[in-house]
Ligand binder design. Sequence first.
Ligand code: FAD
Length: 325
Amino acid sequence: MSVLVVVECADGEVKKSSLEVASYGAQVAAQLGTTATAIAVGEANEANLAKLGEQGIAKVLYDAEPRLKDFVNNAYTKLIATAAEQEQAKVIVLANSNIGAAVGSRLSVRLKASLATNVVELPKTDGGQFVVKRGAFSGKAFSDVVLSGDRKIIAVKKNSTEAQHEAGKTAEVASFSAQLSDADFADAPKQVVMQDQAGGVLLPEAERVVSGGRGMKGPENWNLIEDLAKALGAATACSKPVSDVDWRPHHEHVGQTGITVSPNLYIACGISGAIQHLAGVNSSKVIVVINKDPEAPFFKAADYGIVGDVFDVLPKLTAAVKALN
Ligand code: FAD
């Protein structure tokens, strides 16, 4: 019996959200008196996988099948399910990411497991129950959910728990094969096209985001957003009305009907902070709001607020960041 952690990798690196998930899984394993095994998905590098020992993972399974480099729903589901059966995993922990959302529900059916998404805390296991706290209504409310049955799947919301880190500990990396066939790759994408992202930083994975709203007045002023983003190594984003009027491309629009981001730093420039916008950004670790209206709703969600005109504040902020670099 073990806890199985799904670790997403890209370009050989373990994604930051998966380090959190690995640490979460190791802590659940300790609660249950067992060990945590990880299954790597995506393009992984064995040396980086071994470093998952620092998050408390004992063993990492890795299937080097080249077609697993990019996300394929059926193949990933079978890979994880096969690992769960082999390891007799009672709890499977994954990130509440696009991949986690797609695979979690399929695994739940395949493994007859109960599933909780958007989980924000470690489970409570007293009294024989297994209770997880999950966010609901765009983070406005929380519910305690009892997971029943022999197998449980937990999708952990990014930035909701601190990743533990014990330097120098290594995990055993073991090769693994789920005996995947061509049929398992029937739903593979024909081609993966990367969006052209300002500054070259992909928005969904970005650790820092500089975002502009209608307060930026027009596309001709976006150099102010881009200059700050460049100085910070950040991705750029925008509110929905901004992309609706084509000031910015649609793939930069964040919120309820756009992309969800969970960076360490989200800087909102001339954005009012409507609930639909907050739904896509409220799991950011630190939110900085720049708005000339001191009553703008976004200030209530901000860690730091600057009441001021973006055309005055942004050049000064960019210069200050550049001076630090
Ligand atoms: P505004 O509301 O016009 O706010 C502009 C802000 O800029 C104001 O607070 C103003 O004080 C400030 N400002 C103006 N000039 C300056 C200046 N010079 N310096 C500093 N500050 C200045 N919106 C999203 O963003 N994402 C979504 O996914 C989304 N989904 C939606 C789904 C539905 C079903 C609906 C009904 C709406 C949705 N919206 C979404 C729209 C949302 O309700 C808001 O209308 C939108 O977020 C407002 O965008 P904004 O803040 O850029 O513009």
